[in-house]
Ligand binder design. Sequence first.
Ligand SMILES: [Zn+2]
Length: 285
Amino acid sequence: MCIICTEEYKTIKDLQVIDCSGCTTLVEIPIIPGLQYLDCSHCPNLTEIPVIPGLQKLNCSQCINLMKIPTIPGLEYLNCSYCINLTEIPVINGLKGLDCSGCKNLTEIPKIPTIHTLDCAHCPSLTEIPRFPSLQELYCSWCTHLTKISTIPELQKLICTDCTSLTEIPMIPGLKNLFCAYCTSLTKIPNIPSLQILNCFCCPSLTEIPIIPGLQLYCRLCPWVSQNSDFAGNLNKLIFLQKKLKRLYAGKKLEALSSQISEIYYSPGCKGYELAKRSFYSSTS
Ligand SMILES: [Zn+2]
């Protein structure tokens, strides 16, 4: 029971902050004039939130039965993370921070022009991040169906690890930090001159990364990045190929397979044999 359920809130003058988080009996929230901050997170029986004029901050995280969030004029921060029944977020003009991570049924995020921080990680139904004109920080890791991130002009920090459907990072001229580890479909990272930190750990499809002096680079297990073509890099390529072969031919005997491959490529008279012979002689002469 919280101060709403006990009606204690009615006795308090100038109530600006209410924390009724974790209340399992709360089903409805009254309109409390003057309220600026409401924390009603973890209230499993809450299905609706009213328009509370003057509310600046709303935390309704993990309200698993909440179906809708109203348009609250003047709201600056909204945390509706892990509201698993939420399918849309209204356009709230003036909203600066939005955390809608873990909203697994959310299919799109409205283009709110004032947003500067957006956390939409773990939203598997999202396919696109639109162009937010004021967005500076974007956290969209584990959006496994995300195929497009728009060119967001003011973005400085982009954390998009484990976005396994993402093939490209847009050219964002002012971007400083980029964490795109485990983006297994990512093929290219553009040459963004402002980049200070790049973490592209384990991006097995990546072939191109920016070359910027002073860049803090964490690029391991990206076997096809040409900068990794030293001994360790080539070893990684071999390990990567070995893993891929093991996956492809799971259940088949790898030894039998490798003897078949060598038969095809290195038998006298076969094309592979000619190629191998030529490269052998050109490397020794
Ligand atoms: Zn309560």
